[in-house]
Design a protein around this ligand. Structure first.
Ligand SMILES: [Zn+2]
Ligand SMILES: [Zn+2]
Ligand SMILES: [Zn+2]
Length: 84
């Protein structure tokens, strides 16, 4: 099963967001659709269909909330709603 090294941000709201896929670790298996050795014409669902969990995660900690939570928060402020 192929895996990635990733870089991501851990936000104060508890969400983790992957920002970059740094490096692919190819497992080289013929039975893994993500591998370069997997035959392109193979449509078997017995083959591994997904990437494995990230191999190495480089994490930077942010004191801010992620964009989704920020938007959710500001959309619920009465002040910002009347400004629109
Ligand atoms: Zn693989
Ligand atoms: Zn296959
Ligand atoms: Zn969040």
């Amino acid at each position: 099963m192929c895996q990635y090294d990733t870089t991501g941000i851990q936000y104060a709201c508890g969400h983790y967001q992957v920002t970059t896929l740094d490096r692919k670790h190819d497992c080289g298996s013929r039975y893994c659709v993500k591998s370069v050795n997997h035959p392109r014409e193979c449509r078997s669902f017995d083959c591994i269909q997904h990437f494995g969990p990230d191999l190495n995660q480089r994490t930077s900690i942010s004191t801010a909330y992620c964009t989704v939570c920020q938007n959710a928060f500001f959309n619920h402020l009465p002040a910002s709603r009347s400004r629109r």
